[in-house]
Design a protein. Structure first.
Length: 54
């Protein structure tokens, strides 16, 4: 996701595209999306409380 974000932000803010948005809005959208992916991944991981970790 980190590798694709700069290119996608460029595509969103590039003049001449049908979807023009500000740079800050594009960066914020991708940062929010990345945090959502991390939150979902953390919720789906198994609980390790009380288990011995090898």
């Amino acid at each position: 996701m980190g590798k694709l974000s700069p290119k996608q932000v460029e595509n969103l803010t590039e003049p001449g595209t049908s979807c023009k948005s500000s740079l800050g809005l594009a960066i914020g959208a991708f940062a929010g999306g990345a945090y959502c992916v991390v939150l979902i991944a953390a919720l789906l991981l198994p609980e390790t409380k009380g288990r011995t970790l090898d």
